[in-house]
Design a protein around this ligand. Structure first.
Ligand code: FIX
Ligand code: ZN
Length: 417
């Protein structure tokens, strides 16, 4: 393969990013087998909870009045407030337009009806194919919650067969709400008590084992508040150390922690009402050190935590840092964090996940991320070449394929699916 010249770097990096198959390791999208759990199309795209939050900055409409509207009316209201009455400069606003453009639609006429007509010409299955082809994403990992009745029914009926969609066992109700969720476990035949006695611990491990195997889950995951602590005298801390980590180790799958969410600071906004808080990395140091056979996938929500998270990863090879999560997923912060991670971790991290809740978002979230990550990589390879080091196309392709997915698959010890 030819050596890359410094002046060719922008084109070479852009080409390698475009060619690298993406594994999107955390999303909220579903294969067609999950029915209405899969959100897709322009009305869903424009009523994304990020845009709901932004919408209320421009209107005094009572929150409940908005949520009583039908989906189409909600979409038309947001289109008016966030696109027609105010230029759509935010990341989530621009994302809608990037997606529509990449799907071949002309946004200049601002003809919302035309966007709807385009989407209505697809079935869910056809649209999944279209979005995967347009976004360059090869595999997405879902967020699979066995406590969600609709989702539970799909898995108990045999699951789904679309290998583009891999599973992650999401256990927030177990870890963050055991005093309620244990009643469901009992309903499902697990002999658990509210108090974590020895039998209960074993039955919770059985629940985790059975569901991780049923889903063929690539990892177990939870989102955690800024106050998250392990060890501490709490049910959550005991469940993690006595149930989650032993089963994760037994099944050789990572435990993914998404740390720093302050849930429902404005409850009237629903999913749009969550916020952020600075967390501690002490629990990560404790778990990575005490459980060297366990693997930990971690992303944190506060900008202030990003540096110490990267430093923690330098200390523990069983910790893989991933993504620019939620309020971090904006070009200015993706650039800052990716630059810092490359400087502290080299290539040993996963720079991005989409957190897509609507299928269509794969297009813009990855288009925007490739552009920002590419900009940082050009700088870093340029700095490298300034030392006299040479880089050939194959090495560049190898490095970038690692960032876009191979690093994750190596960490979980599986071949890319
Ligand atoms: O906990 C999570 O998986 C978060 O990503 C979501 O709760 C959040 O609403 C989201 O989609 C952020 O991008
Ligand atoms: Zn998420």
């Amino acid at each position: 393969m030819a050596l890359v010249k410094r002046e060719q770097l922008p084109q070479a990096v852009e080409g390698a990013l475009a060619a690298a198959p993406v594994t999107d390791l955390h999303t909220h999208i579903y294969s067609a087998a999950f029915g209405d759990l899969l959100l897709w199309g322009v009305d869903e795209l424009i009523t994304y909870h990020y845009l709901i939050a932004e919408n209320f900055r421009y209107t005094g409409m009572p929150f409940a009045q908005y949520f009583r509207l039908g989906k189409k009316e909600q979409a038309e209201l947001i289109w008016q407030n966030l696109f027609l009455d105010n230029s759509p400069l935010s990341e989530a606003q621009r994302g809608v337009l990037t997606t529509l453009k990449r799907l071949g639609l002309d946004v200049a006429p601002r003809n919302f009806a035309a966007f709807r007509e385009f989407c209505s010409s697809f079935t869910a299955g056809q649209y999944i194919d279209k979005i995967f082809a347009t976004s360059g994403v090869k595999t997405v990992i879902m967020t699979n919650d066995p406590f969600d009745a609709r989702e539970r029914a799909v898995w108990l009926a045999g699951g789904h067969g679309d290998k583009r969609f891999q599973a992650a066992l999401r256990i927030d109700p177990l870890l963050n709400g055991y005093d309620q969720s244990y009643l469901l476990l009992r309903e499902w035949g697990y002999a658990v008590e509210k108090r974590l006695d020895a039998k209960t611990v074993e039955e919770i491990k059985r629940f985790l084992r059975e569901w991780a195997q049923r889903m063929k889950a690539l990892y177990m995951a939870v989102s955690l508040p800024p106050t998250f602590a392990v060890p501490e005298d709490s049910t959550r801390s005991r469940l993690i150390e006595e149930c989650v980590l032993p089963v994760a180790c037994e099944l050789d799958i990572p435990f993914a922690m998404m740390i720093g969410v302050n849930k429902r600071v404005n409850d009237k906004l629903g999913d749009a009402g969550d916020s952020v808080g600075k967390s501690s990395v002490r629990p990560l140091e404790y778990m990575c050190e005490k459980y060297p056979e366990n693997k930990f996938l971690v992303t944190m929500l506060a900008r202030e935590n990003q540096h110490e998270l990267a430093v923690t990863a330098r200390k523990f090879r069983n910790l893989l840092v991933f993504g620019c999560w939620w309020f971090m997923n904006n070009p200015s912060l993706v650039e800052e964090i990716t630059r810092m991670r490359l400087e502290l971790l080299g290539l040993s991290f996963v720079p991005q996940h989409s957190d897509a809740r609507i299928l269509d978002q794969l297009v813009y979230k990855w288009e925007h991320s490739r552009r920002t990550i590419g900009k940082v990589l050009v700088d870093k390879y340029s700095d490298l070449m300034a030392t006299g080091w040479t880089v050939d196309e194959a090495e560049l392709g190898r490095d970038i394929a690692g960032l876009m997915g191979d690093n994750f698959w190596k960490f979980v010890g599986k071949k890319p699916l």
